[in-house]
Design a binder for this molecule. Sequence first.
Ligand code: URA
Length: 434
Amino acid sequence: MRVYDLITKKKHGEKLSKDEINHIIEGYVSGDIPDYQISSLLMAIYFQGMDLEETINLTEAMINSGDVVDLSHVEGITADKHSTGGVGDKTSLALLPLMASCGLKVSKMSGRGLGHTGGTLDKLESIPGFNINLSKEEMSSVVNSVGFAIAGQTANLVPADKKLYALRDVTATVDNMSLIASSIMSKKIASGADNIMLDVKIGSGAFMKDIGHAVELAETMVSIGRGFNRNVGVVLTNMEEPLGMAVGNSLEVIEAVNTLKGNGPGDFTELCIFLNSAMLKLTGIVSDIEDGKSMTMEALESGSALHKFREFVSAQGGDVSYIDETDRFESTKYSYEMICPKDGYIEAIDAEKIGICSLMTGAGRETKESDISYSAGILLHKKTGSRVEKGEILGVIYTDREGIEGELRDMFMSSYKFSSSPTKKKETIIGLVD
Ligand code: URA
C-alpha cells in the first residue's frame, strides 16, 4: 500500500477502507510515514471529509495505537466527562463530587493548561499537598472508596492523537469534524468508562463558533460511542463569556468549593446541575432530567457532594483545611481593581481575551515548560446582562508579576463591550444530544 495513492484517493473524495486507515495510523506512529505525507492527507481530509464509517475506523485505529484502561476492578457504574475546554471551566471539580454522591464511579485522567484555557491538574495542585501522580492501583483504590479520583495520564493513551494533534495544530487542519470527533472519542473510549458525558462549548472562547457545527460534532461523537458500545451524551453550552466568576487556579478551586457549599455563581451552578442530571439519565439511574435535577439538588443541599470533595482531597494527599476555610489560600502581591468607565449594560465579555489576560497574570502557561502561579488570575464582579454604573468594580486582577499593570488593564478592558440599552444574560445550556 503506497501512502501516495491513499492521499490521491482522498484528494479525489474517495472513501478510505479500514485497512488503509490502519496502515496510515500504524505507519505514522511507528515513524515509517513522514509528517509531510500525513500533513497532505490531513488537508485532503479537511476538504473532502470522511463519512461515519471512516470516522469510526479512524477512531479505532487511534485507540489501538496505545493502551486501553481496564476499569473492570471498579465496582459500580463507570462514567466519565469531558469538556472541549473554555475559560473559567472548573466543571470537573464540582461535577465529579456530584456524580459520586449519586452513586457513579469516575476514574478521570485530566490535563494541564496550555494557552488561554486552564487545566484541572494545575487547579488541583494549588491545594497544598495534593498529589496527581497516582499509580493504577492507587487510582482504583480511591475510586472504589471515595467514588472518584483525578490524576495525570498514567497509561500510554492514544499516542496517535498526540502526534496527529501536534501536526494538525501547525497545518491549519484542527477544525475538521471527523478529525475532532475521532481525537476526542479515541481518548475517552481508551479511558475505559461505559458512560461518557461531553460538554461541547460554543462561542468566542471555544473552538466551535456556531451551533450548526457543534450539533454535527455532537451527533458524530454519539454515533462513534454507539459503535464502541458506550453510552454517550453531549451537552452544548455557552462559551461566549467566561464560565462563573473566577479564572485562575486556586481562585477556581475556591469557586468550585463555594458552589458545593451552595454559594456558587448562577451559570456555573446551573451547568453542574444540568450535566449531572443528564449523566444520571444517560446511565439509567433516573428516567428523566427532572428526576436527575431533584437527585442532584439533594446531593448539593444535604452537603453530601461537599463531603465527597473533602474525602477526595484527603485521599489524594491534599490539606482539607483549605477546603474548610478557603481564606487560607495565599493571595498575590498585587491586586488591581478594574473600574467601569461609563453607565450602561454589559453586552459581551470576550472569553478568549479574559483567558489571555489570566495567562498574562502568570496563572497559565505560555509554553509547556513555564512555571505557573497558583494564586494569580481574575475575579469578575459583573457578567453579561448586568446594569453597571461608572466607577463600579467590573473585576479584580491578581498577579505577582511586576510592571505589567498597564498591559493587564488594557487587555481586561478590551474584553468588555457596553451598551446604553438593556442587554440579555447569556444562556448557559444551549442543548442536549443523546
Ligand atoms: N480537543 C481534542 O481533544 N481534540 C481535538 O481535535 C479538538 C479538541
